[in-house]
Design a protein around this ligand. Structure first.
Ligand SMILES: Cc1cc2nc3c(=O)[nH]c(=O)nc-3n(C[C@H](O)[C@H](O)[C@H](O)COP(=O)(O)O)c2cc1C
Length: 171
């Protein structure tokens, strides 16, 4: 199958996860294109689409949201998997667990729910460096159990991508 893995990133961790997903799918024999959402003009040529965005302030980045909205009609007609990359899955402590449990479905995905019905919407832990966050926002980040570091979990990413390959093969 010809599969698009599209990503919206601010600091690169979502791209790295998209590339890893793409490599796994290619390793399973699929033809894969991994592209930034802003480099995708059409999706009609793909048999399946995997799309993901970094989470900022509880939602997908505007470019990711715009991708979903612009292609909603075509995405509705093909197998679709979505992923978010944020700190909620890496948050710790009681407040962190509350934050993760209440992160919910990003508005970018929910807004077109009549059309966009992904096979799965997975939240991956990402990367957060001090330079990414203005000093004035840091107390809020600590309040919700957030922390700095690289929390990408490659085993989680690989397992998710292999699950996609299995489902496509079964179909
Ligand atoms: C300004 C800003 C706001 C963020 N807001 C959230 C948030 O609301 N929820 C969350 O889980 N992570 C949040 N994060 C963490 C990022 O989603 C995380 O660092 C992610 O790995 C960034 O992906 P990227 O490297 O592809 O840009 C935020 C990061 C920044 C810089």
């Amino acid at each position: 199958m010809f599969i698009l893995v599209a990503y919206a990133t601010c600091h690169g961790s979502t791209r790295s996860i998209a590339e890893r997903i793409g490599a796994t799918l290619a390793g399973e024999g699929h033809r894969v294109e991994v592209r930034s959402v802003s480099d995708v003009d059409h999706v009609w040529q793909y048999h399946a689409v995997v799309a993901g965005s970094a989470i900022h302030d509880g939602d997908w980045l505007p470019s990711g949201a715009e991708f979903l909205h612009r292609h909603a009609g075509m995405l509705a007609e093909r197998p679709l998997w979505l992923f978010s990359v944020g700190m909620a899955p890496a948050a710790r402590g009681r407040r962190g667990r509350w934050f993760a449990a209440h992160a919910g479905i990003p508005r970018a995905v929910a807004v077109d729910a009549d059309y966009i019905q992904p096979r799965d919407l997975h939240a991956f832990a990402g990367v957060l460096e001090p330079a990414h966050i203005p000093v004035r926002v840091r107390p809020f980040m600590w309040m919700i159990g957030g922390r700095f570091g690289d929390f990408r979990n490659w085993a989680d990413v690989d397992a998710w991508a292999e699950g996609i390959a299995d489902k496509l093969e079964a179909e």
